[in-house]
Ligand binder design. Sequence first.
Ligand code: CTP
Length: 400
Amino acid sequence: MRAKIAIAISGGIAAYKIPNLVRLFVKSGCEVKVVVSKNALNFVTETTLRTLSCNPVYSDMFSNNGSATEHISLADWADAFVVAPATADVIGKYANAIADDCLTTTLLAFDKTVFLAPAMNTKMYNNKGVQENLQTLIHRGVKLIEPVSGELACGASGNGRMAEPEQIFREVERHFESSGLLCGKTVCVTAGPTYEQIDPVRFIGNNSSGKMGIAIAENLAAKGARVLLICGPSNVKTNNPLIERTDVSSALQMYEAATAAFERSDAAILSAAVADYTPKNVFSQKVKKVDAALTIELVQTKDILATLGKMKSPKQALVGFALETNNEFENAKAKLEKKNLDFIVLNSLRDKNACFGYDTNKVTIIDAKGQTITTDLKSKAEIAEEIVLKLISVMQEKEK
Ligand code: CTP
């Protein structure tokens, strides 16, 4: 691995294991720079870290190599940031954007991938505030390297022991191995709801937030893909410059943008909640209330996914979503076959805290060979990772 890794050590007893983590990264060919909190230096010495990393150790905002903006240069320099051990204190500060020392200031100035390896007493780890802070960070894309169960420094036994340096190293290595997997590939993604206009001020819409599709687009771009994102009305922002976003409103506009984008794509993931019906005629003036019922005639929209299924060449991969309330598996399987998909992602409205509007989701992936994967309830960023890894395996299969 040839990455530049910043390791942040906060003040927990597990800090004594970090020199070993520094060695693992250096041995694998990485450049390493270490930033420590004041308390971390109670558990590990600056001399050890400097010697093993072959770089100065960052500990003080105002005396680091004579420059008061050294923390910004460190944040710009690193490809990934590993916070290990991450104490409750540093997790709380990071989640709330508090920067009161060299470590937390550098962390806030860093905008690439952050790995967090918490270490603390079980009761502290289970504390609602700590868990909420962790959830906040996970939803912002921070990668959690979960602590394990075992003997803790306080003498008790339970969850909260920092993952071993070998495991932390492997997770970071896995991230870099997959980060270039989609270089040179173009993937079309649809996301969000559609709005079907009734008159100049009213429309038929749905509750889709666009969060799932945008998490997929971000994940694809993080792995090097050029992403043609076609997004219905959504407040969710996109960050990666590899994402070319086209904002649309109606099902027809999404259809036109998606069919054009698919011609230039190696794969497509259609996660948008597209209206199945649209008003036959749009009133040119605002509809006035009268003392009678109002009937609006609706006509079917074009099915974008089914159209792409017909356009699809053997080399292109196509993924759809299915939102079901009953007979979930059978309905999803029928959609997979009817629309000529490589796999389908099933959302059930019966799962709590999943689907529309939530930051979490729980899905079942069903592929054309009948293989299924059911995930736990996870952040949409983590679900996106599972979907994208499945897409990569399908694309690799097609290249054989
Ligand atoms: N879809 C689409 N264009 C449409 C309708 C749906 O591209 N006009 C796509 C969705 O983006 C999703 C998949 O089709 O990937 C399934 O959507 P869903 O609403 O679950 O199914 P429908 O085929 O519309 O069937 P139904 O609503 O009857 O369940």
